[in-house]
Design a binder for this molecule. Structure first.
Ligand code: NAG
Ligand code: NAG
Ligand code: NAG
Length: 616
């Protein structure tokens, strides 16, 4: 009864060809790989899946070449077996390991004066790779929205002292009980709760309540040093996307805890380099006791904040350490703010708000003393982690210079906006439609059934919902954010970190415009997040792209394993060759993996994987 259907869903376990000799060589090499790697029950290979689909029309020469390449890949894998065999489980010291942020190694290399806390991937490069394992008492996070308010103590690294030294307002809203940390909800007794605070900010910019942020053009907020994300959690409830960004922290990490709560967050700081966002990205930048010394470095940090802020956007800071002498020119931030054309809006107690100018001419005005000039180099800026902070105003001649108050809709693009972003409506629609149909396929595949002898097929009726919750999703090659939009359309309770690979077309402005979270990232390097922080990783076309860029696919998959939580899902959609390569690596790193051929005549394959829950 299942036969014809099984034909439709072809599981490919070896490269498809009819050349017996090469096939034998391949088998031989795979067997060696398997024997050497074999650890009972750690790698499961399903012999039933050894279905080779003959492809009569393919050219002999091409197959021969491909088989040779595959053989070389496999034999280099097998030569590297001793290497691969060393990729075993990491020790306890790496439970919360973030490559590129090894402070002691950075210090040894000679980075000092704070630079040791910055991202230095070249320093971590030589470190042996291993599979980061979960802490001993790790538990699967509670599903959204319960998991937003209660997390498992053992899943994150935090000390009792950090708990008690309640720094920021948001940190105070936290209670530790037995093996759980709970975050006080808004209706708690705290009189300085985030809800009140959020109302206060809304009122200060002239709104009736924080439900009106959208009317004021505020859709997406960067929360620098977010405490443990409570402000963002509240803003999400009024449908504002809030991305938490904080420096790497060894313990009590704001980013780790936010992500554990299912709130968007990424490691980053800008003491030395620009942030991985294009100019004119955010409607509001928020900093509550965030530890940034804004008046330091002759205002370079404020200038960087200005660069990523949209015209008419708000800069909100809150903190007891701020000067209370507001009104007098004594406050150094106030002086700098004038020089970069920010208008002071309001102060209430310890909260101060400025607004970025809507007039790019302001930076040329001679009436303001010591004004910071616009950057001369005005090609569409492509920031990276390694661009130094600039001492000129960025983005002032961008076609995307539109005051946030003039925005009509975040889900739709006006013809003028399409022009400013240099995109066609067709491209956007196509990205959305194909992502929507892909998402429906993926979702129906996210079930343990996929790995059984009678696997789940795409399009089967009554797809089982994922038996595990999915909240934090990363689209590793996000294009226009189509997958994110599809998730919204389907009403899934997820948020998506939309990653735009560096050197690919920079579509990040289009993503952020829609109120989605996103960053630029170089996938030849580790991603700036803590281990076990994502529930699902998705890529479409990234593997084949990175092969062209000559990045290591093995390293990429190992990194994906690091950031994926146990029992999290990986969905790779790529050409058959890239998928085959990924599949062989996936089994080496113990993922359950299955290749799906959509059988629509294209070279496209899907690889669905699940990371096992390895204890020990
Ligand atoms: C950090 O670097 C030091 C010095 O190179 C090394 O001994 C240590 O194992 C590294 N830490 C981790 C977690 O890899
Ligand atoms: C924004 O709106 C204001 C008021 O409606 C208008 O005067 C201004 O020209 C608009 N600016 C842009 C860049 O569209
Ligand atoms: C086959 O399906 C994939 C995934 O949905 C899609 O990207 C591709 O364009 C399709 N190919 C053809 C020839 O229809």
């Amino acid at each position: 009864m299942r036969r014809p259907l099984i034909k439709r869903l072809c599981l490919i376990f070896g490269p498809r060809h009819r050349l017996q000799r090469i096939w034998l060589i391949l088998c031989f090499v795979s067997v060696i790989v398997l024997i050497v790697l074999s650890r009972p029950s750690s790698i499961s290979v399903n012999p039933v899946a050894l279905t080779v689909k003959p492809d009569i029309h393919a050219s002999y020469r091409r197959l021969k070449q491909q088989a040779l390449n595959d053989y070389l890949d496999l034999s280099s894998l097998s030569l590297g077996v001793s290497n691969l065999k060393e990729v075993k489980l990491c020790g306890k010291e790496r439970e919360h390991y973030v490559p590129c942020y090894n402070v002691s190694a950075n210090l040894l290399t000679g980075f000092i004066n704070g630079e040791e806390f910055y991202r230095h991937c070249e320093v971590s490069k030589g470190e042996p790779y291993c599979l980061v394992r979960p802490p001993k008492d790790y538990k699967t996070p509670l599903s959204w929205p319960v998991g937003r308010d209660v997390i498992w103590n053992e899943n994150v690294k935090i000390t009792k002292e950090q708990f008690l030294s309640s720094g920021s307002m948001t940190k105070r809203l936290m209670l530790m009980e037995e093996n759980q940390i709970s975050f006080q909800s808004d209706d708690g007794l705290m009189f300085d709760g985030v809800k009140d605070y959020s109302h206060q900010v809304a009122e200060m910019i002239g709104l009736g309540s924080d439900a009106e942020f959208h009317q004021a053009g505020v859709h997406i907020v960067l929360d620098i040093g977010c405490g443990f994300g409570s402000f963002g959690a509240h803003l999400l409830s009024v449908k504002l996307m809030t991305v938490c960004m904080a420096a790497y922290e060894l313990t009590g990490s704001q980013v780790q805890i936010s992500l554990e709560r299912g709130l968007p967050a990424v490691i980053g700081n800008f003491n030395f380099r620009q942030l991985p966002f294009p100019s004119l990205s955010y409607d509001m930048i928020h900093c509550a006791e965030c530890g940034v010394l804004w008046d330091d470095k002759d205002g370079l940090l404020l200038i960087e904040a200005d660069r990523i802020l949209k015209p008419g956007g708000y800069f909100v800071i809150h903190g007891s350490s701020l000067s209370t002498k507001k009104g007098s020119m004594a406050s150094p931030i106030e002086e700098l703010a004038q020089k970069i054309c920010w208008a002071f809006i309001a102060q209430q107690e310890e909260t101060f708000i400025w607004q970025k100018t809507v007039d790019p001419q302001c930076y040329l005005s001679s009436s303001v003393q010591g004004i910071v000039p616009p950057c001369i180099e005005q090609k569409e800026d492509i920031p990276s982690y390694y661009q130094p902070l600039a001492s000129c105003m960025g983005g002032t001649t961008s076609k995307r210079w539109v005051p946030i108050q003039n925005r009509t809709s975040i889900s739709k693009f006006t013809p003028a906006e399409l022009g400013a972003y240099g995109i066609q409506k067709d491209e956007l629609d196509e990205d959305f439609e194909s992502s929507l149909s892909a998402l429906r396929t993926y979702w129906s595949l996210l079930t343990p059934l996929i790995f059984s002898d009678h696997p789940k097929r795409p399009g089967d009726e009554d797809p089982l919902p994922p038996y595990n919750m999915i909240r934090n999703v990363m689209d590793m090659n996000a294009r226009y954010g189509g997958l994110n939009a599809a998730f919204l359309k389907e009403g899934k309770a997820v948020w998506v970190m939309n990653v735009v690979p560096i050197n690919a077309r920079n579509t990040l402005p289009v993503i952020l415009h829609q109120g989605f979270a996103g960053v630029l990232h170089d996938w030849c390097e580790p991603f700036p997040t803590y281990p076990l922080t994502y529930d699902m990783l998705h890529e479409n076309g990234l593997l084949s792209y990175l092969t062209l860029e000559q990045c290591s696919i093995t390293n990429l998959l190992l990194e994906m394993d690091r950031i994926l939580r146990p029992e999290g899902w990986v969905v790779l959609s790529d050409d058959a060759r890239s998928i085959e390569k990924a599949r062989s690596i996936a089994t080496q790193i113990r993922w359950e993996a299955r290749v799906i051929d959509l059988e629509n005549g294209s070279d496209q394959r899907i690889l669905v994987c699940q990371k096992p829950f390895v204890r020990k």
